[in-house]
Design a protein around this ligand. Structure first.
Ligand SMILES: Nc1ncnc2c1ncn2[C@@H]1O[C@H](COP(=O)(O)OP(=O)(O)O)[C@@H](O)[C@H]1O
Ligand SMILES: [Mg+2]
Length: 247
């Protein structure tokens, strides 16, 4: 099972909107999907109440300690994708979700405040050695503002832009708001619209990223859990190097 977490300190950056959009895009691409809501504000639960179709379960989990066991149970049940929507701020539940994720998606509007607010989420993802990507959301159609925002995010992560910034960028359009209001995802509300296209494209980008990071994650897990002797034998690294790698 893949677990994606949408997290950033800033409210209003699009965590819940992207969670719903990506859940339906992944479902339409053939995945079995569960939406997990750790935000007591209940945006996803409210969305589900407005939804007439019963094809997508929103599961509230508000206690940090419940997250890992529940994700394990879902994985054992054969679920293919869990998408976790988190609250603004940095709660214990958000940290637990990031810790157990395969990919942490950090949405940001192209504004200084949103970009600054990504720093604490980034440090949690890094601390737990989880892959992460930024998603620029609510962007204008084009313009210098987008390039500035993208470059600042890449600088913050000290990584190549192509690696760290999910594509495509998600433009600000009413379709996103109207679909959520109607208990739909954007790919259901306006399947031929540009917003639906972008969200489907974003899901494809994420799918590729997940496949790539699956290999890296497996290696990291191996390194983190290996007894010292085994690790040295397996990697041929010196003790100092191994300690650095596993710390
Ligand atoms: N790409 C977008 N275009 C237009 N409106 C958007 C877009 N993404 C999010 N929104 C709107 O912005 C507001 C905040 O989004 P939301 O997903 O609730 O953010 P968060 O969960 O991070 O607090 C909502 O009203 C939502 O409909
Ligand atoms: Mg939300």
């Amino acid at each position: 099972m893949h677990t994606i977490v949408l997290a950033t300190q800033k409210g209003g950056s699009g965590k819940s909107t992207l969670a719903v959009g990506l859940a339906l895009a992944a479902k339409q691409a053939g995945f079995t999907v569960r939406l997990i809501e750790t935000d007591p504000q209940g945006t996803l639960s409210n969305w589900q109440r407005r939804r007439t179709a019963e094809d997508l379960v929103v599961e509230p989990i508000y206690h940090a300690a419940d997250i890992a066991p529940r994700l394990n149970m879902l994985a054992d049940s054969g679920l293919q994708l869990a998408i976790v929507d988190t609250a603004a701020g940095l709660s214990a539940a958000t940290t637990a979700a990031i810790r157990h994720s395969d990919l942490c998606l950090i949405p940001a509007r192209p504004s200084v405040a949103d970009i600054e607010a990504t720093a604490s989420t980034l440090s949690v993802a890094r601390a737990w050695k989880r892959p992460y990507s930024f998603v620029l959301n609510q962007t204008p159609i084009r313009g210098q503002r987008i390039d500035n925002a993208a470059n600042t995010l890449a600088e913050e992560a000290a990584l190549d832009l192509a690696e760290v910034l999910a594509r495509p960028l998600i433009v600000m359009r009413n379709d996103h708001q109207d679909s959520l209001a109607g208990g739909l995802a954007v790919s259901e509300f306006a399947p031929n619209g540009k917003s639906a296209d972008e969200i489907r494209g974003l899901w494809q980008w994420i799918e590729t990223r997940l496949e790539l990071s699956a290999t890296t994650n497996a290696l990291i897990d191996q390194v983190m859990s290996a007894p010292d002797g085994l690790l040295h034998a397996a990697t041929g690294l010196s003790t100092d190097e191994t300690t650095t790698l596993a710390s």
